[in-house]
Write a protein that binds this ligand. Structure first.
Ligand code: CMP
Length: 138
């Protein structure tokens, strides 16, 4: 089933110059880029995006990190996009990520883990709508 997911190349990966290499992995895996933009986000914007984690001990540090520099926001499309992107990304903690995954190759820590991908259909709908207007999805 053709599906869309929200992905972010996080500030650590952008800072380290991995944007092009990560986009190449995404391309090779067969995703179509529906929308893409580079921007910096504010801490309140990061807090709204990660609201589901607001009770977690890492929330303040995570939202500080996400607002620490430019990132790449993308909507990606393919059959089974949500699960396939998460497989391509690897485990949240790069120490546990499989060989060949984006996090294994490019992430430095459980927080600064290079890439985000929506974890379910409902989250994808919320996350896409959080960053993009309908007319930007082309
Ligand atoms: P992401 O897939 O974007 O979803 C939530 C993010 O929280 C996750 O990637 C990590 O960047 C961060 N995160 C999850 N667990 C931890 C943790 N135990 N410590 C620090 N950051 C975490």
């Amino acid at each position: 089933m053709l599906q869309r997911t929200l992905s972010i190349i996080k500030p650590d990966a952008v800072r380290n110059g991995f944007t092009g290499a990560i986009l190449a992995e995404i391309h090779r895996a067969g995703f179509r880029i529906v929308a893409i933009g580079k921007q910096s986000i504010s801490k309140p914007e990061a807090e709204g995006f990660y609201a589901v984690h607001s009770g977690k001990p890492f929330f303040d540090s995570l939202t500080g990190f996400m607002s620490s520099g430019p990132l790449i926001l993308m909507v990606l499309e393919k059959d089974n996009a949500i699960a396939d992107l998460r497989k391509l990304m690897g485990a949240t903690d790069p120490a546990n990520a499989e060989e060949g995954t984006i996090r294994k190759k490019f992430a430095g820590s459980i927080q600064e883990n290079a890439i985000h991908g929506s974890d379910a259909e409902e989250t994808a709908a919320f996350e896409i709508g959080y960053w993009f207007a309908g007319y930007e999805l082309i």
